[in-house]
Design a protein around this ligand. Structure first.
Ligand code: PLP
Length: 421
């Protein structure tokens, strides 16, 4: 009743044509935006959205198209995004705790499930405490400014994720950028940074464009030598790297040497949304007082909390899902190498098929979709010039047959476009 009345009260019944703002400034803005958009199209870097008409999973139906598309471009590494128990947990949390909190955490936005999930995350990573955010982008935006002052220094891998770069931009610490995974360069920068009060080395645990893994053992050794702290972003590692899926620090045996972990609930851990920081209790306490995306943004909705909490339960019960993903990754990587392709990275479900030429990556990705295989081509400025690629992401819920069909399609399309001899 109230909705119908409200809609009727809107001019045009709420369903009229969009109105363009009038005035010279609005017209000037429109011209400037249109020209900028034209430049993006002209540069060949336009990003469009493909609309999915089904749940996230290994097999998709695209809007306006047929079904039966095999999806190789989600971060759904463990296949939990549409896992029946994860969905059921979300529905139960929705029914019991409502749609949302209409509040930030410290006003009236903390429910028992938020505290339980923070405790579970800390336990999963074997850390003292954890704090939730609406996303890992927010966790990265909130940590450096809260922790570091102009007396301190942050040393960041040049290929770190955009959200780490933005988070560092927001803080007033002295900034050092070291060459990608280059330990000599990191050491030189650590020597230079000795004059500051505190040094924090910040790196992705696994890099999403190359599927390569940060040399954390060496980073931690240098950090020890030069009295620095280590921060890792584990978005592409949490839940599946390491013997029990704890992440890069477990994989490389340095769980007790990494001080701070930021990660996401929006990839392997159910795929809904949300991020977190886990680490020493006083740090988490400080973030609750100072971190702006935490203080000034709404609490995670209960359904989202329910998904992540169930995903963590499943992972803490057994690492069978992570092992099955590792076996499938191995199958894809070895079959593609045997077919003559170069796959970047090692043992990671992000498998970039290196092609070099941007147009080749784009036409091959399009042709793969014509064969029912959904993959995405990446070119400059997302990756360096001349290093265009098609990024394939393997999931525990791909069947061996899905993987083999993908390799066959790559082989056909690669031959057709001259990427394979
Ligand atoms: N860090 C890395 C390395 C990522 O790949 C992403 C997501 O693309 C993020 C942070 C942001 O995560 P979220 O989607 O939770 O904001």
């Amino acid at each position: 009743m109230w909705r119908a009345a409200a809609v009727r009260a809107l001019p045009g019944g709420g369903a009229g044509a969009p109105r363009a703002a009038s005035g010279a400034a609005a017209a000037q803005l429109r011209r400037r935006l249109e020209s900028e958009l034209e430049d993006i199209r002209g540069a060949g870097t336009w990003k469009s959205e493909r609309v999915i008409a089904s749940r996230q999973g290994p097999h998709l139906r695209l809007a306006g198209g047929g079904g039966g598309i095999i999806n190789f471009c989600a971060n759904n590494y463990l296949g939990l995004s549409s896992h029946p128990e994860v969905i059921r947990a979300a529905v139960e949390a929705l029914e019991k705790f409502g749609a949302g909190l209409s509040s930030v955490r410290f006003i009236c936005g903390t429910q028992s499930i938020h505290k339980d999930l923070e405790e579970k995350i800390a336990r999963f990573h074997q850390r003292e405490d954890a704090i939730l955010y609406a996303s890992c982008f927010d966790a990265n935006a909130g940590i450096f400014e809260a922790l570091l002052t102009p007396e301190d220094a942050v040393l960041s891998d040049e290929l770190n994720h955009a959200s780490i770069i933005d988070g560092i931009r927001l803080c007033k610490a002295n900034k050092y950028r070291y060459k990608h995974m280059d330990m000599q360069d990191l050491e030189a920068k650590l020597k230079e940074a000795q004059k500051h009060r505190l040094r924090l080395v910040a790196t992705d645990g696994a890099f999403s464009m190359d599927g390569d893994i940060a040399p954390l053992r060496e980073i931690c050794q240098l950090a020890q030598k030069y009295d620095a702290l280590v921060f890792i972003d584990e978005c592409h590692a949490t839940g599946f790297l390491g013997p029990s899926g704890r992440g890069t620090d477990e994989l490389l045996g340095v769980m007790d040497k990494v001080t701070i972990i930021n990660s996401t609930l929006g990839k392997a851990l159910g795929g809904a949304a949300g991020g977190y920081t886990t680490g020493p209790k006083p740090l988490i306490d400080l973030l609750r007082q100072r971190s702006r995306p935490y203080l000034f943004s709404n609490s995670l909705p209960p359904a989202v909390v329910g998904c992540a909490s169930k995903a963590l339960d499943l992972l803490m019960e057994s690492n069978a899902i992570a092992q099955s993903m590792a076996a499938k990754t191995q199958r894809f990587r070895s079959k593609m190498a045997a077919a003559g392709f170069t796959i970047s990275g090692k043992d990671h479900p992000i498998c970039p098929v290196m092609l070099g030429d941007a147009r080749l990556a784009s036409v091959m990705a399009e042709d793969m979709l014509n064969r029912g295989i959904y993959v995405i081509g990446f070119s400059y400025p997302v990756v360096p010039k001349g290093k265009a690629r098609i990024r394939v992401q393997i999931s525990a819920v791909h069947s061996d047959e899905d993987i083999d069909r993908c390799v066959e399609a790559f082989t056909e399309v690669g031959r057709k476009h001259g990427a394979l001899s």
